[in-house]
Ligand binder design. Structure first.
Ligand code: DGT
Ligand code: CA
Ligand code: CA
Length: 570
């Protein structure tokens, strides 16, 4: 929770600094620090308590370390309060409009007094924007389109962020007198990569008492509504929470209803209707006679289907598959035998090869691959051919010391603009595993970007394409590529695509994973860890994999070492 709060504050400061036209380096410093903290996997409050030096974290200097301490100790940051008094905070949401940068927002604010999406839309519709210096009719049209999109998108939270709020909230709700059951439903239960709002279901002898307790949660900013059986609140983070209390008799049907998705619910109801049944959040009915609804399983039974896992409930073929007895046997965390993408102190990782190997061993893994950056990524101190050889010697030493853990020699090699790689074939040929990745030139045309990746796949040493679309959830769209062509080419070449388990990436997304599953292309689920704690991010990858119908056999790192090594031989 504290980590998330700090991430939020730093990102907000970056937004505000950007709009007030501050030095881009300072803006970037805040964003980088936010990113570091987000993928930290350790609680900053505890680190401070243990007297650890935060400046040892990448991108955190003295100044930011002090700011973190201030947030931990006081719950807020003077710097943010100061900025918010100088820049209208509502201007920040204008950044969401495609084509609007801080400079333009400043002009819109100063010339037209615009402070919100609403006002922006109105000004654009009235043709006021085209008259501003440097704007024009085309820009105005673009802005108008952008506003519609930005309004539709609203603010969504990454699943991992929502999880930190859910944990805290459920812990609190469980203390309510007379509480029986509590469960988070909605997109959160379906493990969608982002969550619009939280839907929490409770049963209790006296629901009014539970709701009284709920609205007194200290993390609440606004109570929107409070009734006898339902309440809606906004948390400090702006995350909305809908709480509903239902009768135990209805718990199963309510859980099914509020888990959704809406499309899945509608499809299930249509089947029920054909069979003369009515299904809603209160139960299953035939001619107004109640037939069940206590357990979620009752719903599926009523329509003659086996239980369908929440992650699959998107009406993307799961109902047909259930009917045909062909539901996938979804992967679980226990199926994973190793992690194939991680960084060490040789590039921008925080821990040594040995530390990473020991943590992985403690997690019960059989193997890991050490895959630092290549030289092109100079800010990460990426490896050139010479240092790659030196690292190999260290890996061999650690292999001797950490028994029972296979440590693969690897690299995350940069794919250059023309699709060639950042290291010589000779150097790549010495490795057990080669991951290739794009870290630059995100805006090539779809055709050029696709051909760039196809060419990388043609290098005989490449095994895996890392984070194949480059998206950062809520921050950056992925680059444009023809994913079907890439998948087909990867399969033909005996290569694989990565499902990057970083909670801000989750790349491939669920739809692309299903495409891989349907086309028989195997994937690697990897954490891309830059420190040993984030090896635990594997579970986010598993969530996402399950949404993409992924079974253990679709994943190369469910294989024992000998089988894995065979798959890595092209
Ligand atoms: P979100 O919050 O945008 O991430 O997505 P959800 O899926 O959590 O959607 P939400 O919070 O609007 O509603 C929670 C669940 O309630 C949704 O998954 C299915 C159910 N639901 C909501 N509206 C309708 C509806 O009009 N018809 C049906 N059948 N179900 C609905
Ligand atoms: Ca929801
Ligand atoms: Ca909701």
């Amino acid at each position: 929770m504290v980590n998330q709060q700090i991430v939020q504050i730093f990102n907000r400061i970056a937004d505000l600094l950007e709009i007030s036209g501050e030095n881009p380096f300072r803006v970037r410093a805040y964003r980088n620090a936010a990113r570091t903290i987000e993928s930290l996997g350790r609680n900053l409050e505890e680190m401070l308590k243990n007297g650890e030096d935060l400046t040892s974290l990448p991108g955190i200097g003295r100044d930011l370390a002090d700011k973190i301490r201030e947030i931990v100790e006081t719950g807020s940051l003077g710097k943010l309060v100061d900025l918010e008094s100088r820049v209208p905070p509502a201007l920040v949401e204008l950044l969401k409009v495609e084509g609007l940068g801080p400079k333009r927002i400043k002009v819109l604010h100063e010339q037209l007094g615009i402070t919100s999406l609403e006002e922006l839309q109105e000004a654009a519709a009235q043709g006021k924007i085209r008259k501003l210096p440097g704007f024009g009719r085309k820009t105005e049209e673009l802005i108008l389109k952008g506003v519609v999109l930005a309004k539709k998108e609203g603010r969504r939270f990454r699943w991992s962020v929502a999880e930190s709020y859910v944990e805290e909230l459920l812990k609190y709700i469980k203390k309510a007198p007379g509480l029986e059951k509590v469960q988070a439903a909605g997109s959160f239960r379906r493990k969608r990569d982002t969550v619009g709002d939280l839907d929490i279901l409770v049963t209790a002898g006296n629901p009014g008492v539970v709701i009284e307790h709920f609205v007194r949660f200290q993390g609440i900013k606004n109570v929107i509504s409070q009734g006898q059986t339902r309440s809606t609140v906004i948390l400090q983070s702006d995350l909305q929470v809908d709480l509903r209390a239902v009768d135990v008799e209805c718990y199963g049907s309510a859980l099914h209803y509020f888990t959704g998705s809406k499309a899945h619910n509608i499809a299930i109801r249509a089947i029920a209707q054909k069979a003369g049944l009515k299904i809603n959040e209160y139960g299953i009915f035939r001619d107004n006679k109640r037939m069940g609804g206590r357990e979620e399983q009752d719903i599926f039974q009523a329509v003659g289907l086996p239980f369908i896992e929440p992650e699959l409930r998107e009406n993307r073929g799961e109902i047909e598959a259930a009917r045909a007895g062909r539901l996938p046997g979804l992967i679980t965390l226990q199926d994973i035998r190793g992690d194939l993408h991680m960084h060490t102190t040789w590039s921008d990782g925080k821990y040594t090869v040995e530390a990473m190997a020991r943590t992985a061993a403690a997690m019960g893994y059989e193997y890991i691959a050490i895959t630092d950056h290549s030289k092109r990524m100079s800010i990460t101190r990426g490896l050139d051919e010479q240092r790659l050889m030196e690292q190999a010697e260290e890996i061999e030493r650690v292999r001797e010391d950490v028994k029972g853990m296979a440590i693969l020699k690897g690299i995350e090699v940069d794919i250059l603009e023309d699709g060639s790689l950042d290291l010589t074939d000779q150097a790549l040929s010495t490795l057990d595993i080669v991951i290739a990745a794009i870290h630059s030139k995100f805006r090539l045309s779809r055709e050029k970007q696709t051909r760039r990746i196809l060419k990388a796949l043609d290098n005989p040493y490449v095994n895996i394409i890392a984070h194949p679309t480059g998206r950062l959830i809520g921050e950056r769209e992925g680059y444009q590529v023809d994913m079907e062509r890439i998948m087909e080419h990867a399969r033909e070449n005996g290569c694989f695509l990565e499902l990057n388990a970083q909670p801000a990436r989750l790349d491939l997304n669920d739809l692309n994973l299903k495409l891989a599953h349907d086309n028989g292309l195997k994937v690697a689920i990897s954490t891309d860890s830059h420190n040993s704690d984030s090896l635990l991010f594997m579970r986010y990858g598993i969530n996402q994999a399950r949404r993409g119908w992924i079974e253990p056999r679709d994943v190369i790192n469910t294989r024992p070492l000998d089988k894995l090594l065979k798959l890595l031989k092209r």
